[in-house]
Design a binder for this molecule. Structure first.
Ligand code: RUG
Length: 835
């Protein structure tokens, strides 16, 4: 119907509303306006930080106009929307990305130059928004970029942690130290507080079933806290569509308890408000582990309850009956962290919407979609029943009810199969009993997917095998992860991006949104001039990295060497230990070479970066070993020109943006079957770095695309892993016998070649005893693969050809492809063009 203009004169409103002007003089004007009014500063003493803030506020004006129009369009048209629930969004910096997506970078650079600043310095002022641990959180960020770029009505929901992932410091002894990450201290221009968008969230209390012939219950008492919305604008690339990432902050419902205050009990008066604020104070710095901590469960419920209340309110504004909820709403669960949303929606439908059980379950199971990100048993979330009963009594009742009905239906399909019931129950027996969140997420969702072909197959044949047999295979799918080419090529490697545009003779706006166009570069691998340009850009990126390391750490790096990079969370399954042992092997080999032999060796610089979970002892020991090996190797005059090693502290999205374009070879060497996908592998290859890896995760699909002759594979395959582990346990062979080269390396470490020998014994013992991650099985083939890399690098022409071919075949790994698979095959949401 025709809308009525709400108040005042429409022509006056419309005359005053316009797009923000984007010519250079309007940009400088807007910048100076923000300096004067928003920042209340003088031009005379404006520093780079002030200039960053003024630029950000000015760019934000552009985003806000688009963001408002996008919201209005969604409200008017009421299309089906999708919501991406993720406890982590690893956004990195925003200014550069926003400028590029808006197509305004050159103009802003010109504008700030005229005002006496350099764009590069300004960009460097921004702190990373590091609300995530690693791949899972960065994937969420890439998916938001792709959703907006594809004009899809997708919002993210997460938590506004006051402190993001900790800052990593490395002590002189090589120990990781953790410091808080006060990322909001300089204010955050990219978020809009929405103090008017707030919901009450309850914890603890009592749940009483009504026993009135309905499944209803009443949940009362306990603690109530407030969830307040902060909105972050997500601009699409070359489109008006600007979506929203809504992050919740916890606040006390009342500031403090006046009664206690008046009675002189000042601490008591603020206690409850402190406990409310604590919920969103810090990101848990663990990935791939469960912790069973009450505060973490509180975070999960707080966030899912607020998000669902918000989604429901928006749905109700459309005025449709609740049974049509799944026609308007799809909710994607990023791992099991938001699984309580399934139970919370049941609670609302039963207790507040008065729906019968079957109707409620029907709505729920048509709304949710669950993505699994790991098959490692220690990473599968479980929550103790007593904790859930205490914190969320009504939800525990509902989980019991879901489980009872579910097991009844299993019993019906497989009569008398008691083992199966035990295996499939949502409740794991034990002391205490635990709720298996992956099973709950699975049965409460319409579809379940893994994140790479191999991983999705493993999900179906291992952890959810019984569920495939019960529910049918069609519920289980695969969406191979992707990365956004905007940040991971155009932004981090502007020279390569420009070369591609020149060569394809199209504007980058075109190929950045259709990454398969890179394939047209393939014939250019035969073109010497193109190869030279390609290689020169790689070289300049290596120099850029060396400069960065020089400025930040005061170290001088040999840019004539091959750059060999492994950057990711420290974890035994990712096998950084294999890499450092390989470096030691190389060092020992070099030491034993004659001067003549050394002349044939190509110099290599090895980079590591990554954080270890603060309580992960073995991972921290690996960092210590790397740092201390670096001290010895980098100081050895016999070898230092041929081999050097750096552990770069405080790995972040921004550091990755400098490291990735500079890499000649990167390592993705997890034990087969353990890395669900990996996404940095895609980023390196997109930037023309070659891949050294195991036959695992997305490495396999990368090799399928670029051809096996362009990757360096090694190691045992997934089907062999279980047998090998069995051998280790029941027929152990001493390392000396099984792998003498590895034994020699381990003995050198034990003997103290890299200092305090005894310190590393617990780390070395993980290999000598049990060797769960199969380092001793893969070491020889790893060393052979490294030698093949050396060999290949000697023929630089052929190497550059491989580099070009690799990059050219990375189209599949754009997150645009992945997000369209979710939109079309899972959520059923369609692009909404904002004119
Ligand atoms: O370990 C996986 C990566 O292989 C994957 O690429 C990434 C995104 O799907 O997710 C990582 N992950 C898995 N992060 N946390 C988990 C398990 O909680």
């Amino acid at each position: 119907g025709k809308e009525k203009w709400p108040r005042g004169e429409e022509t006056v409103w419309k005359g005053a509303m316009r797009d923000v002007d984007t010519d250079v003089s309007s940009i400088t004007k807007s910048f100076v306006n923000h300096v004067q009014t928003s920042l209340a500063r003088q031009p005379y003493n404006l520093d780079n930080l002030g200039a960053y803030q003024a630029s950000a506020l000015s760019v934000r004006d552009n985003l806000l106009v688009n963001w408002n129009e996008t919201s209005l369009q969604y409200t008017r048209k009421a299309p089906k929307r999708a919501y991406y629930l993720s406890l982590e969004f690893l956004m990195g910096r925003t200014l550069d990305n926003a400028l590029l997506n808006l197509g305004l970078k050159d103009k802003y650079a010109e504008g700030v130059e005229k005002l006496g600043f350099s764009m590069e310095d300004i960009l460097d002022q921004e702190r990373d928004a590091a609300l995530g641990n690693g791949g899972l959180g960065r994937l969420a960020a890439c998916y938001l970029d792709s959703s907006a770029s594809a004009e899809l009505p997708v919002w993210g929901y997460g938590l506004r942690y006051k402190y993001g992932i900790f800052q990593q410091l490395i002590s002189p002894e090589g120990d990781q130290l953790e410091a808080p990450d006060p990322w909001l201290d300089n204010q955050n221009p990219w978020e809009l507080p929405r103090l008017d968008v707030a919901y009450e969230v309850r914890f603890y209390g009592q749940a009483e079933r009504l026993h009135d012939g309905t499944p209803r219950a009443q949940w009362t008492g306990g603690q109530e806290v407030l969830a307040v919305a902060y909105d972050v604008m997500i601009p699409g690339c070359y489109t008006k569509t600007t979506n929203n990432l809504r992050l919740w902050e916890s606040k006390p419902k009342r500031g403090f308890d006046l009664n206690s205050f008046n009675a002189g009990n000042y601490e008591g008066a603020v206690e409850s408000s402190n406990s409310a604020a604590a919920i969103t104070s810090v990101l848990y710095p663990n990935d791939h582990t469960t912790f069973g901590k009450e505060l973490r469960l509180k975070q999960q419920y707080f966030w899912t309850a607020a998000s669902l209340a918000d989604i429901l309110r928006r749905f109700k504004n459309i005025g449709k009956p609740i049974t049509q909820f799944p026609d308007y709403v799809a909710i994607q669960l990023n791992d099991t962290h938001p699984t309580l949303a399934i139970v919370e929606l049941m609670r609302i439908l039963l207790d507040e919407e008065d729906q019968p059980w079957a109707a409620a379950w029907q709505i729920v199971t048509n709304t949710f979609f669950y993505t699994n990100h790991t098959v490692l048993p220690e990473a599968l979330e479980k929550w103790p029943v007593p904790l859930l009963e205490h914190l969320l009594p009504r939800h525990m009742q509902i989980i019991y009810d879901i489980n009872m009905l579910f097991l009844q239906s299993v019993e019906k399909k497989f009569p008398g199969d008691r083992d199966r019931l035990g295996r499939m129950s949502l409740i794991e027996e034990g002391f205490p009993k635990q709720v298996r969140m992956a099973f709950l997420a699975c049965i409460g969702s319409r579809k379940v997917n893994g994140v790479a072909e191999l991983h999705s197959d493993l999900v179906k044949t291992t952890i959810l095998k019984d569920f495939v047999e019960f529910e049918g295979i069609s519920k289980f799918g695969n969406v191979t992860n992707g990365i956004t080419p905007r940040r991971w090529l155009d932004q981090c490697n502007p020279e390569l991006s420009a070369l591609i545009s020149r060569t394809l003779k199209v504007d980058k706006a075109v190929w950045l949104k259709d990454l398969s166009m890179l394939e047209k570069l393939l014939p250019r691998a035969e073109d010497k001039k193109f190869r030279d340009e390609w290689a020169a850009i790689k070289q300049r990126n290596k120099e850029r990295l060396a400069h960065h390391v020089q400025v930040t750490l005061g170290l001088t790096i040999n840019t004539n060497a091959m750059f060999d990079v492994q950057i990711k969370r420290l974890h035994e399954y990712k096998r950084q230990t294999l890499n450092i042992l390989g470096v030691i092997h190389r060092y020992l080999t070099l030491k034993s070479m004659s001067a003549e032999e050394k002349k044939k060796v190509n110099p290599r610089v090895v980079f590591f970066a990554g954080k270890a979970a603060p309580a992960y002892y073995i991972a921290k020991l690996t960092i210590r070993l790397i740092v201390n090996v670096a001290k010895v190797i980098n100081a050895d005059p016999d070898t230092k020109d041929l081999l050097s090693l750096y552990f770069l502290p405080d790995y972040s999205v921004s550091l990755a943006e400098v490291l990735i374009p500079a890499s000649d070879i990167s390592q993705h060497i997890s034990t087969a079957g353990t890395e669900a996908s990996g996404t940095s592998n895609m980023k390196f290859c997109l930037n023309g770095g070659l891949l050294l890896g195991t036959v695992d995760g997305a490495n396999i699909e990368i090799a399928e695309e670029v051809g096996e002759s362009n990757v360096f594979f090694f190691g045992h395959l997934t089907p062999a892993v279980e047998d090998l582990r069995y051998q280790h346990t029941y027929h152990p062979v001493p390392i000396e016998e099984k792998c003498p080269a590895l034994a020699h390396v381990l003995n050198q470490v034990s003997a103290g070649l890299f200092g305090d020998a005894h310190v590393y014994e617990p780390l070395l013992n993980t290999i000598r005893q049990g060797d769960h991650y199969l380092l001793s099985d893969d070491f020889d083939s790893y060393i052979a693969a490294l030698a093949m890399v050396d060999e290949a690098y000697l023929d630089r022409t052929e190497w550059v050809k491989k580099s070009i071919r690799t990059s050219a075949k990375m189209g599949k790994f754009s997150s645009d492809r992945a997000i369209m698979e979710y939109a079309e095959s899972y959520w059923n949401v369609e692009p909404q063009h904002v004119a």
